[in-house]
Design a protein around this ligand. Structure first.
Ligand code: FPP
Length: 247
């Protein structure tokens, strides 16, 4: 773990801050159902929670936040729901393009964007361009993302480079990481899953090899900075050995 000291929302001194936090956004539908609202109202609330949590992560000094917003399996949902999520992404990307320079926030989309609308793809390309001019906190949003698909895509890209004679020596884990969407980004230290499920759901399968997992029953739209502090406090109580023994 790093030795970043931070002040959390409760004013307590946290010992160590994860450099990279990954979150599976879950529970939007149940949040809406409890309120007799349509599922898309839950996604709207969830997108607001994402903004709040990203802002909080940046404030306390987390360097990377990666969220699972739309999986390769989520296309199976009703057309209206998928359309609603795409609209929210469109809105979020427009806001990001307007604000990221001012807020000093870089943004990257992880996933196969070829199935997204040309409008969304254009917005993503624009956020990529702007991100190149910014240093600092980075939000990664996984859209049409699947961990296995990411690994296969990386293997294919490596095979192409190998066939073209562009690689040298035996493939190492580090080299392979460079073919993933997360190339150049440290692996998540902490993986949070709200919404009461205990699954990884095909999220960051390669990158989470040594991440600390934190599960909570809190539904994503109800997830607050205080909940994030609890997750970071739990992370601080863990003993990360990366397969070694305690010193
Ligand atoms: C999981 O909850 C949530 C999703 C599949 C969609 C998440 C999308 C957003 C929050 C909108 C856009 C995101 C950003 C980052 C701007 P669920 O529907 O599976 O909930 P349930 O398990 O309660 O049904």
């Amino acid at each position: 773990m790093g030795d970043n000291k931070t002040q959390n929302a409760a004013g307590e001194q946290a010992k160590c801050l994860p450099r990279h936090i990954a979150i599976i956004l879950d529970g939007n539908g149940r949040w809406a159902k409890k309120r007799l609202m349509p599922r898309n109202a839950g996604h709207l609330a969830g997108s607001e929670t994402f903004r709040n949590i990203a802002t909080y992560c940046k404030e306390i000094g987390v360097e990377y936040l990666t969220v699972y917003a739309f999986s390769t399996e989520n296309w199976k949902r009703p057309e209206e729901e998928v359309g609603g999520i795409m609209k929210l992404l469109d809105k979020y990307l427009h806001e990001a393009i307007r604000d990221m320079r001012k807020k000093n926030i870089r943004m990257k989309v992880f996933g196969d964007t070829s199935r997204l609308s040309p409008e969304l793809r254009k917005l993503i390309a624009e956020t990529d361009e702007i991100s190149k001019t910014i240093e600092g906190f980075q939000a990664n949003v996984c859209i049409n993302y699947g961990g296995r698909a990411e690994i296969v895509r990386a293997a294919q890209a490596y095979a192409r480079d190998y066939a073209a004679g562009k690689t040298e020596g035996e493939l190492t884990e580090e080299q392979f990481s460079g073919y993933l969407y997360s190339a150049g980004i440290p692996d998540p230290d902490l993986l949070i899953r709200p919404g009461g499920e205990y699954r990884i759901s095909n999220f960051l399968l390669w990158q989470c090899a040594y991440s600390e997992f934190y599960y909570t029953d809190v539904l994503w739209p109800d997830f607050t900075p205080q909940e994030l502090d609890k997750a970071i406090a739990a992370y601080n109580r863990r003993d990360r050995r990366f397969g070694g023994v305690k010193g």
